[in-house]
Design a protein around this ligand. Structure first.
Ligand SMILES: C[S@@+](CC[C@H](N)C(=O)[O-])C[C@H]1O[C@@H](n2cnc3c(N)ncnc32)[C@H](O)[C@@H]1O
Length: 286
């Protein structure tokens, strides 16, 4: 009988270890909620680039070059990178000599953004970082020439809600570039990762056309699409023209040490490293 107890104890411990591995390593905390996800990224921010070991040539070939080509008819394009992490997509774009636009890079992990500021210092004159949740983008409708979101949708509680936000802020004729999680671990992410046909159907239910899926990595497809409608809007503009208050959706103005909403008067500070800290205020008040 003691052997039975010992066996059951060991089985229990193994089950617990497997559960922890699934929740924390594979799912990166996504089933525990956004706070858990962001805590994990905050804790690993300084190591992130060393873990990922991005290859500059591959980043140019798969991301920077095709996106620059997709935007080559747009003078000075305005690009939004959602869940930017340490600024991987902005770097890939800025390294393209032909890219003459500006990038706004948003993330909910403040420490990933701090690291991103350091990693992209050489491009700081054409790059703005915003601390905010991807589920509530602080921008007016139809403003960006391209919206990107790489390796992040599956870590949000409802990827379809974030996709809707990405499409909302993309202008008609603008380019959407996102990733869809595939590979062996995708099956361990129910309601977060979608089989290819379901992901394409989801994009089809939004205001998108010319959707194409390209093999990229073991764990991710790259998915490109264009927002339907007569091309209009876009181009670099002063930030207050594209931003809206994440709490009341009012217009924004620059002033003092940051930005403020002209309607509810909430203030969004710009930190010493240049990051616009919207999450600090909007999290407290929503
Ligand atoms: C695997 S990293 C990808 C970062 C970057 N796109 C890249 O490809 O290197 C996932 C990122 O998503 C961010 N993230 C997760 N949930 C988020 C949310 N609700 N809003 C904004 N960012 C979020 C994390 O903070 C993290 O930086």
């Amino acid at each position: 009988m003691p052997w039975l107890g010992l066996g059951l104890g060991i089985l229990g411990l193994l089950a617990l270890a497997a559960l922890a591995y699934w929740q924390l390593v594979v799912a990166e905390g996504t089933y525990l909620g956004p706070r858990a996800v962001i805590l994990m990224y905050d804790l690993s921010a300084r190591l992130y680039e060393r873990i990922k070991k991005y290859d500059v040539g591959a980043e140019q070939w798969y991301l920077g070059l095709p996106l620059t080509l997709a935007l080559d008819q747009v003078p000075a394009p305005l690009v939004l990178d959602v869940a930017t992490g340490t600024g991987r997509l902005p770097r890939a774009l800025m390294r393209q000599a032909a890219f003459d636009g500006r990038v706004i890079a948003l993330d909910l992990s403040r420490r990933m953004l701090a690291q991103g500021v350091r990693e992209t210092a050489q491009f700081s004159d054409r790059l703005t970082f915003i601390w905010q949740d991807a589920r509530n983008l602080p921008f007016h409708n139809n403003v960006f020439d391209a919206v990107t979101c790489l390796e992040a949708l599956e870590f949000t509680p409802r990827p379809s809600q974030v996709l809707e936000e990405l499409v909302r802020v993309l202008r008609p004729g603008g380019v959407l570039l996102v990733t869809n999680r595939i590979g062996p671990q995708a099956k361990l992410l129910p309601s977060r990762a979608y089989p290819r046909d379901e992901f394409l159907a989801l994009l089809g239910s939004l205001d998108l056309e010319d959707t194409s899926l390209r093999l990229w990595q073991v764990d991710y497809d790259l998915v490109w699409a264009v927002k339907a409608g007569q091309p209009r809007g876009g181009g670099i503009r002063p930030l207050p023209e594209v931003m809206r208050c994440p709490v009341c959706r009012g217009s924004m103005e620059r002033g003092g040490d940051g930005y403020h909403c002209t309607e509810c008067t909430r203030e969004y500070p710009v930190a010493h490293d240049g990051v616009i800290e919207m999450a600090r205020v909007s999290r407290r008040t929503t």
